[in-house]
Design a protein around this ligand. Structure first.
Ligand code: UN1
Length: 517
Protein backbone atom coordinates (compact mmCIF):
# COMPACT_ATOMS: atom_id res chain seq x y z
CA UNK A 1 0.00 0.00 0.00
CA UNK A 2 1.16 3.59 -0.42
CA UNK A 3 0.93 6.41 2.11
CA UNK A 4 -2.13 7.89 0.42
CA UNK A 5 -5.38 6.52 -0.94
CA UNK A 6 -7.45 8.98 -2.93
CA UNK A 7 -11.16 8.89 -3.24
CA UNK A 8 -13.55 11.27 -4.95
CA UNK A 9 -15.68 13.34 -2.61
CA UNK A 10 -18.51 15.73 -3.28
CA UNK A 11 -18.00 19.32 -2.19
CA UNK A 12 -20.05 22.46 -2.63
CA UNK A 13 -18.07 23.39 -5.73
CA UNK A 14 -18.18 19.99 -7.37
CA UNK A 15 -16.23 16.78 -7.18
CA UNK A 16 -12.84 16.74 -5.51
CA UNK A 17 -10.33 14.14 -4.47
CA UNK A 18 -9.92 13.44 -0.79
CA UNK A 19 -6.60 12.07 0.25
CA UNK A 20 -6.67 9.47 2.97
CA UNK A 21 -3.32 9.02 4.71
CA UNK A 22 -2.30 5.73 6.28
CA UNK A 23 -0.36 4.71 9.36
CA UNK A 24 3.16 3.41 8.76
CA UNK A 25 3.61 0.10 10.55
CA UNK A 26 6.22 -2.59 10.00
CA UNK A 27 7.39 -1.01 6.77
CA UNK A 28 3.93 -0.83 5.27
CA UNK A 29 1.12 1.71 5.01
CA UNK A 30 -1.98 0.53 6.78
CA UNK A 31 -5.49 1.59 7.75
CA UNK A 32 -6.51 1.68 11.39
CA UNK A 33 -8.56 -1.26 12.60
CA UNK A 34 -11.08 1.37 13.79
CA UNK A 35 -11.93 2.11 10.15
CA UNK A 36 -12.34 5.71 11.31
CA UNK A 37 -10.50 8.76 10.07
CA UNK A 38 -10.21 12.37 11.18
CA UNK A 39 -9.90 15.50 9.06
CA UNK A 40 -6.96 17.87 8.92
CA UNK A 41 -7.70 21.35 7.55
CA UNK A 42 -5.59 24.34 6.65
CA UNK A 43 -5.67 26.80 9.60
CA UNK A 44 -5.51 29.74 7.16
CA UNK A 45 -8.31 28.39 4.99
CA UNK A 46 -10.76 25.98 6.54
CA UNK A 47 -12.16 25.10 3.10
CA UNK A 48 -8.84 23.50 2.26
CA UNK A 49 -8.94 19.88 3.43
CA UNK A 50 -5.38 18.58 3.69
CA UNK A 51 -6.64 15.04 3.97
CA UNK A 52 -8.08 12.47 6.30
CA UNK A 53 -5.89 10.51 8.70
CA UNK A 54 -6.26 7.27 10.59
CA UNK A 55 -8.12 7.63 13.86
CA UNK A 56 -6.12 4.85 15.43
CA UNK A 57 -6.78 2.92 18.61
CA UNK A 58 -4.94 0.86 21.19
CA UNK A 59 -4.68 -2.21 19.00
CA UNK A 60 -3.07 -0.21 16.16
CA UNK A 61 -0.61 1.25 18.64
CA UNK A 62 0.21 -2.16 20.10
CA UNK A 63 0.72 -3.60 16.62
CA UNK A 64 3.19 -0.82 15.85
CA UNK A 65 5.00 -1.42 19.14
CA UNK A 66 5.18 -5.15 18.34
CA UNK A 67 6.66 -4.35 14.94
CA UNK A 68 9.22 -2.02 16.52
CA UNK A 69 10.00 -4.62 19.16
CA UNK A 70 10.52 -7.30 16.53
CA UNK A 71 12.81 -5.01 14.52
CA UNK A 72 14.85 -4.03 17.58
CA UNK A 73 17.32 -6.91 17.73
CA UNK A 74 18.35 -6.50 14.10
CA UNK A 75 18.66 -2.73 14.42
CA UNK A 76 20.52 -2.86 17.76
CA UNK A 77 23.09 -5.17 16.22
CA UNK A 78 23.50 -3.08 13.07
CA UNK A 79 26.80 -1.22 13.62
CA UNK A 80 26.15 2.46 14.39
CA UNK A 81 28.13 3.65 11.33
CA UNK A 82 25.83 1.49 9.18
CA UNK A 83 22.76 2.92 10.92
CA UNK A 84 24.24 6.31 10.10
CA UNK A 85 24.23 5.52 6.39
CA UNK A 86 20.42 5.40 6.45
CA UNK A 87 20.31 8.76 8.22
CA UNK A 88 22.62 10.36 5.65
CA UNK A 89 20.30 9.06 2.96
CA UNK A 90 17.21 10.37 4.78
CA UNK A 91 18.92 13.76 5.18
CA UNK A 92 19.60 13.86 1.44
CA UNK A 93 15.97 13.02 0.62
CA UNK A 94 14.69 15.75 2.96
CA UNK A 95 17.11 18.18 1.33
CA UNK A 96 15.89 17.26 -2.13
CA UNK A 97 12.22 17.60 -1.07
CA UNK A 98 12.69 20.58 1.25
CA UNK A 99 10.42 23.01 -0.63
CA UNK A 100 7.73 20.42 -1.29
CA UNK A 101 7.58 19.35 2.35
CA UNK A 102 7.67 22.96 3.57
CA UNK A 103 4.79 23.94 1.31
CA UNK A 104 2.62 21.13 2.68
CA UNK A 105 3.68 22.06 6.20
CA UNK A 106 2.56 25.67 5.73
CA UNK A 107 -0.78 24.36 4.49
CA UNK A 108 -1.05 22.04 7.44
CA UNK A 109 0.28 24.23 10.24
CA UNK A 110 0.08 27.83 9.04
CA UNK A 111 3.52 29.34 9.64
CA UNK A 112 5.07 31.17 6.71
CA UNK A 113 7.00 29.29 4.01
CA UNK A 114 10.42 30.69 5.04
CA UNK A 115 9.80 29.28 8.52
CA UNK A 116 8.55 25.88 7.39
CA UNK A 117 11.66 25.65 5.21
CA UNK A 118 13.65 26.38 8.37
CA UNK A 119 11.72 23.61 10.11
CA UNK A 120 12.68 21.08 7.40
CA UNK A 121 16.27 22.40 7.53
CA UNK A 122 16.36 21.64 11.26
CA UNK A 123 15.36 18.06 10.45
CA UNK A 124 18.08 17.87 7.79
CA UNK A 125 20.68 19.28 10.20
CA UNK A 126 19.64 16.76 12.81
CA UNK A 127 19.84 13.87 10.33
CA UNK A 128 23.44 14.76 9.52
CA UNK A 129 24.39 15.50 13.11
CA UNK A 130 22.99 12.16 14.30
CA UNK A 131 24.55 10.35 11.35
CA UNK A 132 27.94 11.82 12.28
CA UNK A 133 27.46 10.52 15.80
CA UNK A 134 27.25 7.04 14.32
CA UNK A 135 31.04 7.17 13.91
CA UNK A 136 31.66 8.77 17.30
CA UNK A 137 29.19 7.95 20.05
CA UNK A 138 32.11 8.23 22.42
CA UNK A 139 32.27 6.43 25.69
CA UNK A 140 35.26 6.55 28.02
CA UNK A 141 38.30 4.37 28.22
CA UNK A 142 40.10 4.91 31.48
CA UNK A 143 42.93 3.28 33.39
CA UNK A 144 41.89 0.70 35.94
CA UNK A 145 43.18 1.01 39.51
CA UNK A 146 44.47 -2.55 39.18
CA UNK A 147 47.19 -3.96 36.96
CA UNK A 148 46.24 -5.93 33.86
CA UNK A 149 42.70 -4.72 33.93
CA UNK A 150 40.94 -2.60 31.31
CA UNK A 151 38.01 -0.22 31.92
CA UNK A 152 35.60 1.50 29.57
CA UNK A 153 32.01 2.68 29.20
CA UNK A 154 29.73 2.28 26.19
CA UNK A 155 26.24 3.49 25.33
CA UNK A 156 23.56 0.88 24.86
CA UNK A 157 20.11 1.42 23.37
CA UNK A 158 16.96 0.99 25.41
CA UNK A 159 14.56 -0.77 23.01
CA UNK A 160 11.37 0.73 21.61
CA UNK A 161 11.20 4.52 21.89
CA UNK A 162 7.72 6.08 22.03
CA UNK A 163 7.64 9.64 20.71
CA UNK A 164 4.78 12.09 21.22
CA UNK A 165 5.40 15.21 19.18
CA UNK A 166 3.85 18.70 18.90
CA UNK A 167 2.39 20.68 16.02
CA UNK A 168 4.54 23.83 16.19
CA UNK A 169 7.69 22.23 14.73
CA UNK A 170 5.94 19.43 12.90
CA UNK A 171 9.04 17.83 11.35
CA UNK A 172 11.99 19.32 13.28
CA UNK A 173 10.98 17.94 16.67
CA UNK A 174 10.08 14.46 15.38
CA UNK A 175 13.51 14.54 13.70
CA UNK A 176 15.35 15.65 16.87
CA UNK A 177 13.81 12.79 18.76
CA UNK A 178 13.63 10.22 15.99
CA UNK A 179 17.18 10.49 14.67
CA UNK A 180 18.71 10.50 18.17
CA UNK A 181 16.68 7.37 19.00
CA UNK A 182 17.65 5.61 15.77
CA UNK A 183 21.37 6.34 15.79
CA UNK A 184 21.70 4.99 19.33
CA UNK A 185 20.05 1.74 18.18
CA UNK A 186 16.44 2.08 19.33
CA UNK A 187 13.41 1.48 17.17
CA UNK A 188 10.61 4.05 17.12
CA UNK A 189 6.86 4.42 17.34
CA UNK A 190 5.70 8.00 16.93
CA UNK A 191 2.34 9.60 17.57
CA UNK A 192 2.30 12.99 15.85
CA UNK A 193 0.09 15.85 16.97
CA UNK A 194 -3.32 15.46 15.38
CA UNK A 195 -3.07 18.98 13.94
CA UNK A 196 0.05 18.06 11.93
CA UNK A 197 0.13 14.35 11.07
CA UNK A 198 1.11 14.91 7.44
CA UNK A 199 4.55 16.32 8.30
CA UNK A 200 5.45 13.11 10.15
CA UNK A 201 4.02 10.97 7.37
CA UNK A 202 6.31 12.83 4.95
CA UNK A 203 9.23 12.04 7.29
CA UNK A 204 8.22 8.36 7.24
CA UNK A 205 8.09 8.47 3.43
CA UNK A 206 11.69 9.67 3.42
CA UNK A 207 12.60 6.79 5.75
CA UNK A 208 10.85 4.30 3.48
CA UNK A 209 12.61 5.65 0.40
CA UNK A 210 15.95 5.44 2.22
CA UNK A 211 15.32 1.73 2.70
CA UNK A 212 15.20 1.77 6.50
CA UNK A 213 14.51 -1.81 7.61
CA UNK A 214 10.89 -2.73 8.29
CA UNK A 215 9.53 -1.88 11.72
CA UNK A 216 12.42 0.40 12.70
CA UNK A 217 10.26 3.53 12.40
CA UNK A 218 6.48 3.44 12.78
CA UNK A 219 3.83 6.16 12.70
CA UNK A 220 0.42 5.87 14.33
CA UNK A 221 -1.90 8.86 14.03
CA UNK A 222 -4.79 9.58 16.38
CA UNK A 223 -5.75 11.07 19.71
CA UNK A 224 -3.93 11.27 23.02
CA UNK A 225 -6.44 9.03 24.78
CA UNK A 226 -6.62 6.43 22.02
CA UNK A 227 -2.94 6.26 20.98
CA UNK A 228 -0.85 8.26 23.48
CA UNK A 229 -2.11 6.66 26.67
CA UNK A 230 -1.72 3.06 25.40
CA UNK A 231 1.85 3.98 24.46
CA UNK A 232 2.55 5.00 28.07
CA UNK A 233 1.06 1.72 29.34
CA UNK A 234 2.72 -0.65 26.88
CA UNK A 235 5.50 -2.53 28.72
CA UNK A 236 7.46 -3.02 25.49
CA UNK A 237 7.98 0.75 25.20
CA UNK A 238 11.21 1.49 27.07
CA UNK A 239 11.37 5.26 26.82
CA UNK A 240 8.95 8.10 26.11
CA UNK A 241 9.99 11.46 24.71
CA UNK A 242 7.30 14.14 24.78
CA UNK A 243 7.15 17.77 23.71
CA UNK A 244 4.00 19.69 24.56
CA UNK A 245 2.24 21.47 27.38
CA UNK A 246 3.30 21.30 31.02
CA UNK A 247 -0.11 19.97 32.07
CA UNK A 248 0.00 17.03 29.67
CA UNK A 249 3.67 16.47 30.56
CA UNK A 250 2.74 16.11 34.22
CA UNK A 251 0.12 13.49 33.38
CA UNK A 252 2.61 11.60 31.24
CA UNK A 253 5.14 11.76 34.05
CA UNK A 254 2.67 10.25 36.48
CA UNK A 255 1.66 7.54 34.01
CA UNK A 256 5.30 6.53 33.52
CA UNK A 257 6.27 6.61 37.20
CA UNK A 258 4.87 3.25 38.39
CA UNK A 259 6.97 1.26 35.90
CA UNK A 260 9.95 3.67 35.92
CA UNK A 261 9.63 4.06 32.19
CA UNK A 262 12.39 6.37 31.04
CA UNK A 263 10.97 9.76 30.22
CA UNK A 264 12.06 12.95 28.55
CA UNK A 265 9.77 15.97 28.80
CA UNK A 266 10.05 19.27 26.96
CA UNK A 267 7.24 21.60 28.00
CA UNK A 268 6.18 25.21 28.41
CA UNK A 269 8.11 28.45 28.35
CA UNK A 270 7.73 32.11 29.32
CA UNK A 271 10.89 33.47 27.81
CA UNK A 272 12.25 36.96 28.32
CA UNK A 273 14.20 39.47 26.29
CA UNK A 274 15.97 42.00 28.54
CA UNK A 275 16.97 45.32 27.00
CA UNK A 276 19.53 47.47 28.81
CA UNK A 277 19.90 51.25 28.52
CA UNK A 278 23.15 50.87 26.55
CA UNK A 279 21.61 48.47 24.01
CA UNK A 280 21.18 49.08 20.31
CA UNK A 281 17.44 49.73 20.57
CA UNK A 282 16.68 49.13 16.89
CA UNK A 283 18.45 45.79 17.00
CA UNK A 284 16.50 44.89 20.14
CA UNK A 285 13.23 45.82 18.42
CA UNK A 286 14.16 43.61 15.44
CA UNK A 287 14.85 40.77 17.85
CA UNK A 288 11.67 41.32 19.87
CA UNK A 289 9.54 41.34 16.74
CA UNK A 290 11.00 38.08 15.48
CA UNK A 291 11.07 36.50 18.94
CA UNK A 292 7.48 37.41 19.76
CA UNK A 293 5.75 36.94 16.41
CA UNK A 294 7.81 34.32 14.56
CA UNK A 295 5.61 31.20 14.17
CA UNK A 296 2.76 33.47 15.37
CA UNK A 297 4.29 33.26 18.84
CA UNK A 298 3.68 29.51 18.88
CA UNK A 299 7.18 28.49 19.89
CA UNK A 300 8.24 27.14 23.26
CA UNK A 301 11.05 29.65 22.91
CA UNK A 302 8.85 32.65 21.95
CA UNK A 303 9.72 36.02 23.50
CA UNK A 304 6.48 36.47 25.39
CA UNK A 305 8.06 38.89 27.93
CA UNK A 306 10.27 41.87 27.31
CA UNK A 307 11.91 43.81 30.16
CA UNK A 308 13.18 47.21 29.08
CA UNK A 309 15.32 49.71 31.00
CA UNK A 310 13.38 52.86 31.89
CA UNK A 311 15.86 55.07 30.01
CA UNK A 312 14.98 53.48 26.65
CA UNK A 313 11.51 52.19 27.55
CA UNK A 314 9.36 54.78 25.77
CA UNK A 315 11.40 54.67 22.58
CA UNK A 316 11.39 50.87 22.58
CA UNK A 317 7.64 50.55 23.16
CA UNK A 318 6.82 53.07 20.46
CA UNK A 319 9.05 51.35 17.90
CA UNK A 320 7.89 47.84 18.76
CA UNK A 321 4.19 48.76 18.65
CA UNK A 322 4.70 50.59 15.34
CA UNK A 323 6.48 47.63 13.78
CA UNK A 324 3.96 45.09 15.15
CA UNK A 325 1.08 47.03 13.59
CA UNK A 326 2.83 46.90 10.22
CA UNK A 327 3.31 43.13 10.15
CA UNK A 328 1.32 41.63 7.30
CA UNK A 329 -0.85 38.77 8.49
CA UNK A 330 -2.20 36.22 6.05
CA UNK A 331 -1.60 32.97 4.22
CA UNK A 332 1.94 31.72 4.78
CA UNK A 333 2.49 30.67 1.16
CA UNK A 334 2.11 34.30 0.03
CA UNK A 335 5.68 35.69 0.03
CA UNK A 336 4.45 39.14 1.13
CA UNK A 337 3.11 37.77 4.40
CA UNK A 338 5.05 38.09 7.69
CA UNK A 339 2.83 36.11 10.03
CA UNK A 340 0.35 33.27 9.55
CA UNK A 341 -2.67 32.17 11.58
CA UNK A 342 -2.91 30.39 14.89
CA UNK A 343 -2.93 26.67 14.38
CA UNK A 344 -6.50 26.05 15.55
CA UNK A 345 -9.66 27.60 16.85
CA UNK A 346 -8.68 26.45 20.34
CA UNK A 347 -5.35 28.31 20.17
CA UNK A 348 -7.08 31.43 18.87
CA UNK A 349 -9.54 31.30 21.76
CA UNK A 350 -6.69 31.01 24.25
CA UNK A 351 -5.08 34.10 22.73
CA UNK A 352 -8.36 36.02 22.95
CA UNK A 353 -8.82 34.90 26.54
CA UNK A 354 -5.38 36.21 27.52
CA UNK A 355 -5.86 39.51 25.71
CA UNK A 356 -8.94 40.05 27.85
CA UNK A 357 -7.08 38.98 30.99
CA UNK A 358 -4.31 41.48 30.16
CA UNK A 359 -6.81 44.31 29.72
CA UNK A 360 -8.64 43.40 32.91
CA UNK A 361 -5.34 43.35 34.79
CA UNK A 362 -4.71 46.92 33.67
CA UNK A 363 -1.91 46.38 31.13
CA UNK A 364 -1.83 48.88 28.29
CA UNK A 365 -2.62 47.52 24.84
CA UNK A 366 -0.33 49.35 22.41
CA UNK A 367 -0.70 47.13 19.31
CA UNK A 368 -3.21 44.57 18.08
CA UNK A 369 -5.61 42.95 20.51
CA UNK A 370 -8.20 41.61 18.11
CA UNK A 371 -8.91 38.47 16.14
CA UNK A 372 -9.02 39.09 12.39
CA UNK A 373 -12.32 37.94 10.96
CA UNK A 374 -13.07 39.96 7.83
CA UNK A 375 -12.25 39.55 4.17
CA UNK A 376 -9.61 42.13 3.17
CA UNK A 377 -7.32 42.79 0.21
CA UNK A 378 -4.69 40.64 1.92
CA UNK A 379 -6.74 37.56 2.79
CA UNK A 380 -10.18 36.34 3.72
CA UNK A 381 -9.50 36.08 7.43
CA UNK A 382 -12.94 34.61 8.11
CA UNK A 383 -11.65 31.31 6.70
CA UNK A 384 -8.95 30.84 9.34
CA UNK A 385 -7.77 31.48 12.88
CA UNK A 386 -6.04 34.83 12.62
CA UNK A 387 -5.09 37.27 15.35
CA UNK A 388 -3.31 40.59 15.23
CA UNK A 389 0.26 40.76 16.54
CA UNK A 390 -0.38 42.09 20.02
CA UNK A 391 1.82 44.13 22.35
CA UNK A 392 0.96 44.97 25.94
CA UNK A 393 3.02 47.69 27.66
CA UNK A 394 3.23 48.73 31.31
CA UNK A 395 2.87 45.10 32.32
CA UNK A 396 3.71 44.21 35.93
CA UNK A 397 5.81 41.07 36.43
CA UNK A 398 3.17 39.34 38.53
CA UNK A 399 0.32 39.80 36.05
CA UNK A 400 -0.98 36.58 34.52
CA UNK A 401 0.05 37.68 31.01
CA UNK A 402 3.63 37.95 32.34
CA UNK A 403 3.54 34.61 34.16
CA UNK A 404 1.52 32.14 32.07
CA UNK A 405 2.34 30.67 28.69
CA UNK A 406 -0.03 31.97 25.99
CA UNK A 407 1.49 30.35 22.88
CA UNK A 408 0.26 32.99 20.48
CA UNK A 409 1.16 36.40 19.03
CA UNK A 410 1.10 38.31 22.33
CA UNK A 411 4.02 39.85 24.16
CA UNK A 412 4.20 41.69 27.48
CA UNK A 413 6.57 44.64 27.92
CA UNK A 414 7.70 45.58 31.43
CA UNK A 415 9.78 48.52 32.69
CA UNK A 416 12.89 47.79 34.77
CA UNK A 417 15.56 49.98 36.33
CA UNK A 418 18.63 47.73 36.34
CA UNK A 419 20.16 44.48 35.16
CA UNK A 420 19.63 42.99 38.62
CA UNK A 421 15.92 43.79 38.48
CA UNK A 422 15.66 42.36 34.94
CA UNK A 423 17.30 39.11 36.04
CA UNK A 424 15.01 38.84 39.08
CA UNK A 425 11.94 39.42 36.89
CA UNK A 426 13.31 37.04 34.27
CA UNK A 427 13.73 34.24 36.78
CA UNK A 428 10.39 34.88 38.52
CA UNK A 429 8.32 32.50 36.38
CA UNK A 430 7.76 28.76 36.75
CA UNK A 431 9.40 28.04 33.39
CA UNK A 432 13.07 28.15 32.40
CA UNK A 433 13.56 27.59 28.69
CA UNK A 434 15.13 30.64 27.05
CA UNK A 435 16.24 34.18 27.86
CA UNK A 436 18.16 36.92 26.15
CA UNK A 437 19.96 40.17 26.90
CA UNK A 438 20.56 43.16 24.67
CA UNK A 439 23.55 45.16 25.86
CA UNK A 440 26.91 46.46 24.67
CA UNK A 441 28.43 45.99 28.12
CA UNK A 442 30.42 42.77 28.35
CA UNK A 443 30.21 42.76 32.14
CA UNK A 444 26.41 42.82 32.06
CA UNK A 445 26.37 40.10 29.39
CA UNK A 446 28.52 37.75 31.49
CA UNK A 447 26.56 38.49 34.66
CA UNK A 448 23.25 37.60 33.02
CA UNK A 449 24.84 34.60 31.32
CA UNK A 450 25.75 33.31 34.78
CA UNK A 451 22.55 34.21 36.61
CA UNK A 452 19.68 33.44 34.23
CA UNK A 453 18.35 30.04 35.26
CA UNK A 454 17.26 28.96 31.77
CA UNK A 455 18.42 26.19 29.47
CA UNK A 456 19.15 28.63 26.64
CA UNK A 457 20.60 32.14 26.83
CA UNK A 458 21.32 34.62 24.06
CA UNK A 459 23.27 37.87 23.91
CA UNK A 460 22.09 40.47 21.37
CA UNK A 461 19.75 37.96 19.74
CA UNK A 462 16.17 36.96 20.54
CA UNK A 463 15.05 33.94 22.58
CA UNK A 464 14.49 31.79 19.50
CA UNK A 465 17.03 30.36 17.12
CA UNK A 466 18.58 27.29 18.74
CA UNK A 467 20.88 25.20 16.55
CA UNK A 468 20.82 21.41 16.56
CA UNK A 469 24.33 20.68 17.76
CA UNK A 470 23.90 22.15 21.25
CA UNK A 471 21.61 20.80 23.97
CA UNK A 472 18.02 22.10 23.82
CA UNK A 473 15.76 22.16 26.85
CA UNK A 474 14.87 24.05 29.97
CA UNK A 475 14.85 24.20 33.75
CA UNK A 476 12.01 24.17 36.30
CA UNK A 477 8.55 23.39 34.83
CA UNK A 478 9.94 23.41 31.29
CA UNK A 479 11.61 20.03 31.55
CA UNK A 480 12.60 17.09 33.69
CA UNK A 481 16.35 17.48 33.51
CA UNK A 482 16.98 16.00 30.08
CA UNK A 483 18.01 17.72 26.89
CA UNK A 484 17.46 16.95 23.26
CA UNK A 485 19.64 17.70 20.25
CA UNK A 486 23.43 17.89 20.50
CA UNK A 487 25.35 15.01 22.02
CA UNK A 488 23.23 15.43 25.17
CA UNK A 489 20.22 14.32 23.11
CA UNK A 490 21.71 10.81 22.94
CA UNK A 491 21.44 10.44 26.72
CA UNK A 492 17.64 10.13 26.66
CA UNK A 493 17.83 7.18 24.28
CA UNK A 494 20.76 5.26 25.75
CA UNK A 495 22.10 3.89 29.00
CA UNK A 496 25.70 3.62 30.03
CA UNK A 497 27.31 0.25 30.50
CA UNK A 498 30.65 0.26 32.32
CA UNK A 499 32.84 -2.66 31.35
CA UNK A 500 35.89 -4.09 33.15
CA UNK A 501 38.13 -6.68 31.54
CA UNK A 502 40.58 -8.37 33.84
CA UNK A 503 43.40 -10.03 31.91
CA UNK A 504 45.62 -10.78 34.93
CA UNK A 505 44.48 -14.40 35.19
CA UNK A 506 43.95 -14.06 38.93
CA UNK A 507 41.25 -12.66 41.18
CA UNK A 508 41.87 -8.96 41.77
CA UNK A 509 39.54 -7.22 44.21
CA UNK A 510 38.88 -3.54 43.53
CA UNK A 511 39.52 -1.26 46.51
CA UNK A 512 40.99 -4.19 48.47
CA UNK A 513 43.87 -5.52 46.40
CA UNK A 514 44.81 -1.99 45.37
CA UNK A 515 48.16 -1.22 46.95
CA UNK A 516 48.07 1.72 49.34
CA UNK A 517 50.61 4.38 48.52
C1 UN1 B 1 10.09 24.81 20.04
O1 UN1 B 1 9.51 25.88 20.03
O2 UN1 B 1 9.60 23.83 20.63
O3 UN1 B 1 15.09 27.84 18.84
C2 UN1 B 1 11.35 24.53 19.32
C3 UN1 B 1 14.03 27.75 18.24
C4 UN1 B 1 13.81 26.60 17.29
C5 UN1 B 1 13.22 25.43 17.99
C6 UN1 B 1 12.02 25.75 18.79
N1 UN1 B 1 15.07 26.22 16.69
O4 UN1 B 1 13.14 28.56 18.40
Amino acid sequence: MSAIATKPSKTADGLRETREYMNFVDGDWARSSSKQTFENRNPADNDDLIGTFQESNESDLNAAVDAAHKAYEGWRLTPAPRRAEYLYRIGDILKRDKDKIAREMTREMGKVFAETKGDVQEAIDMAFLAAGEGRRMYGQTTPSELQNKFAMSVRMPLGVAGLITPWNFPIAIPAWKGFAALITGNTVVIKPASLTPLSVIMLAEAMEEAGLPKGVFNVVTGGGKEVGEPMLKNPKVAVISFTGSTNVGREISMACAPTFKHLHLEMGGKNIIMVMDDADVDLAVDGALWGAFGTSGQRCTAASRIAVHSKVYDAFVEKLAGRAKKLRVGYGLDPKIDMGPNVSEGQLKTVQKYVKIGQDEGAKLVAGGKALTEKTGTWDYSKGFFHEPTVFADVKPDMRIAQEEIFGPVTAVMKIESLEEAIAVGNSVRYGLSSSLYTRDVNKAFTAMRDMYTGLFYVNAPTIGAEVHLPFGGTKDTGNGHREAGVAGLDVFSEWKSIYIDYSGSLQRAQIDTEEI
